[in-house]
Design a protein around this ligand. Structure first.
Ligand code: AMP
Ligand code: MG
Length: 316
């Protein structure tokens, strides 16, 4: 069983020895290993049962490390990253050959991010290699936003989980691929697209490519609980049920027991809703009742990214 603690030096030692470790980030908990060590990366894929075609994001602690990992980086992209990193933004760039094929699933590009979570940053800055880290959950299941979520699902497969408390953002990073003055959006996530508007002319959303297995952040079905879940645009569309668990944005529905209703943000704050969505999906999965009924959130701010998670969780 994994140990759990807040010993950054211990995590660094394990990682330097080629082990894999659960780490906090501001998005979701990651399952980290040395991105330059094929064996460590293979352990990540094995622990998660992650298909080998699903490339990992490489995490760095200093902007200068980006040149070690990527090439042909436009100046404008670097100045954007100076503004927006550390934070929930991942950029996909042409890769340097130092990165083993397994880390990027054989792609010619690499996905890179600098997380802002303080323990993660300190850990990365203490290491002389970057960390490959997907979310610390079995492939396809709900992402972990608390250290105990990691222990519950991967505890018997990894030696240590670094506990940094609850994840602030609570959903994965936004993933973009800069294409000159335009930009491909590969995944909606913790950074609103509006924050990227100053840096690009057009955004091409490439979010639903389930035929293209190179980018499972884009798979139609992902983030799924064990129970059946359905998402509705309006509460009037909910089917009648005495046993369902409801996931709602900011208010209860009359006539349904409140204990069956999980409210993502009573103060109608989409950032708070994002930070709760995965843990509420887990809670709903563990409650009595056989199904989960969710109501689509407003399509502003982080709303589209949260709705993306709900619809993928519900995909057949
Ligand atoms: P996660 O599942 O949070 O680890 O995020 C990994 C996701 O990042 C993948 O499923 C892809 O959608 C995306 N990704 C990672 N590396 C690349 C890459 N080299 N090219 C394109 N997309 C990538
Ligand atoms: Mg994931």
């Amino acid at each position: 069983m994994s140990a759990i603690g807040n010993d950054i030096d211990h995590a660094a030692k394990l990682l330097s020895e080629g082990e894999i470790v659960g780490i906090p980030t501001e998005t979701v908990y990651g399952l980290a290993g040395n991105a330059f060590d094929s064996n460590a990366v293979a352990k990540i894929f094995a622990a998660k049962d992650r298909p080998a075609f699903d490339p990992l994001i490489v995490h760095i602690g200093h902007l200068s490390q980006i040149d070690l990992l990527a090439k042909e980086i436009p100046k404008s992209v670097k100045s954007m990253l100076e503004e927006l990193w550390p934070g929930p933004l991942t950029v996909v760039l042409p890769r340097q050959s130092i990165i083993p094929d397994i880390t990027v699933s054989g792609h010619e590009k690499v996905a890179i991010r600098m997380p802002s979570q303080t323990m993660a940053l300190e850990l990365l800055r203490n290491l002389d290699f970057p960390l490959a880290a997907p979310s610390a959950n079995p492939f396809g299941y709900i992402s972990p936003t608390k250290a105990r979520h990691v222990i519950a699902q991967l505890g018997d497969r990894i030696p240590y989980v670094l506990d940094g408390g609850d994840c602030d953002v609570g959903i994965e990073s936004t993933i973009i691929e800069p294409m000159g003055v335009d930009c491909n959006v590969l995944r909606l996530g913790g950074l609103e697209l509006g924050k990227l508007a100053p840096y690009f002319n057009n955004f091409n959303r490439m979010l639903n490519k389930s035929s293209n297995p190179s980018a499972p952040g884009q798979l139609a079905k992902h983030y799924s609980p064990r129970k059946e879940i359905s998402v509705f645009e309006r509460k009037e569309e909910f089917p009648e049920s005495n046993t369902a668990t409801y996931i709602l944005f900011d208010s209860y529905i009359e006539g349904i027991p409140e204990k069956n209703q999980l409210i993502l943000s009573k103060k109608s704050d989409l950032n708070e809703a994002a930070s709760n969505v995965f843990s509420f999906l887990r809670k709903a999965d563990e409650m009595e009742g056989n199904e989960i009924l969710a109501l689509k959130l407003p399509e502003v701010g982080l709303g589209p990214a949260i709705n993306d998670r709900l619809y993928r969780a519900a995909a057949k």
